[in-house]
Design a protein around this ligand. Sequence first.
Ligand code: BG6
Length: 491
Amino acid sequence: MTSRIVPVHPFDLVIFGATGDLAHRKIFPALYHRFCDRQFGTDSRIIGTSRRAMSVDAFRATVREALEQFASTTDQADGLREFLTIVDYVAVDGRGDEGWADLKAHLDAHAQEVRAFYLATAPDLFGDIAAKLGARGLASPLARIIVEKPIGADSASANAINDRIGAVFAERQIFRIDHYLGKETVQNLMALRFANILLEPLWNSNYIDHVQITVAETLGVEGRKAYYDHAGALRDMVQNHILQLLCLVAMEPPASLDADAVRDEKLKVLRSLDPIDETNAATLTVRGQYRAGASNGASVPGYLEDCGDPASTTETFVAIKAGISNWRWTGVPFYLRTGKRLSERVSEIVIVFRHVPHFLFKGVSGRLFDNRLTIRLQPDEGIKLWLTIKEPGPGGIRLQHVPLDMSFAEAFAGPTPEAYERLLMDVIRGNATLFMRRDEVEAAWRWIDPIRNAWSLSVEPPRPYVAGSWGPAASVALIERDGRTWNEDVA
Ligand code: BG6
């Protein structure tokens, strides 16, 4: 089975921060892949901007280099040459006045097309650039603006950024990217829940014991120490990616796939999260920081060395026991954890069902297992439903725990598009379902802020863990205290 490509209308995409890491690693490769699949053609334009004066040819050379390094298919020399012909460059100062008239002249030539402004810059430039786009008359009715997380560092700063963007663009024109929402399996979660009759009747506190969401990375902070040391794992991963996953697991069925219908339901979940503050943070959260150890077979330094500040108390690991107080979920803990320099790169959601009410098989070989539904985001995307069966063969009943296993790689031929590919094409189509609405971002911060505040009041620093482990022992204790275990024991 292969995917169907639905071409989008011609567009102009302006990338601010076009010489940066995000543009090179993610945005250009995503556009290039969509171009090679003919989802758009040479009647669209990609205009890179940054403050640096540079010729178009010099800029194209940087894009070519980035594609050679980060795109999965650059072997089609003709495709690459053709793609580079639609790449243009204008030097623009996001804060100053230089370059804006030039950019306007470029865009006026295609005044009737959809135009999208991708702000791949530091978030403190978002407000200024949005204001300039407004003042210079670039925010046409068909314009869209794309911003990346982190949107702010807390509720107050997020509100300020959203106000400034909102002063120029209507909410329907603002696309806040959380690239986790563009991942194939994340969208499959919606299909799994709402296109099948089997699961939804069981999807509540009567049948579900608890939920685990793990986003584990083997990487450290790489080249991003300045950003990361300020952000930490709670802001970098939990406020956005993990809470978005939690919303998709926990939300009520929306009335339609319309962007606002879906986002209304996610918002209700965020608003139903039980508060965590200085009264309960010590029992419901664990923060950790990696020390020297090994990653992928090589020795690696600890975080304090990586970030260059021996006194840093930034967390590189978080585990949280979250609760949702509503009709469906009261009493079902959601155990969340994420960290850098962990033992494996794995992102998964595990739904652990309750035991059967009466266990008939006492005295037979084998024990009572949990039914588990494992939704693997990466690597090896797929879904496993763990069931208990009788081990085949003579000799009486022996119980065994086996998965109904659906690997997406095996079931569907061809590579699945990267999250950014899907999200960028959705921006051009004007479909905001997979983007965060302002009130969602703000509700997420309102839950996160008191946790940060509680940590800042605590005298205990983050707990150390050895790079290459599964995080601090306290994270194991967080779940085992409740008689449960993290999922890594079920391979
Ligand atoms: C980003 C975070 O949003 O997500 C990074 O800023 C993190 O710190 C990354 O490494 C993880 O994304 P993925 O798609 O590799 O799981």
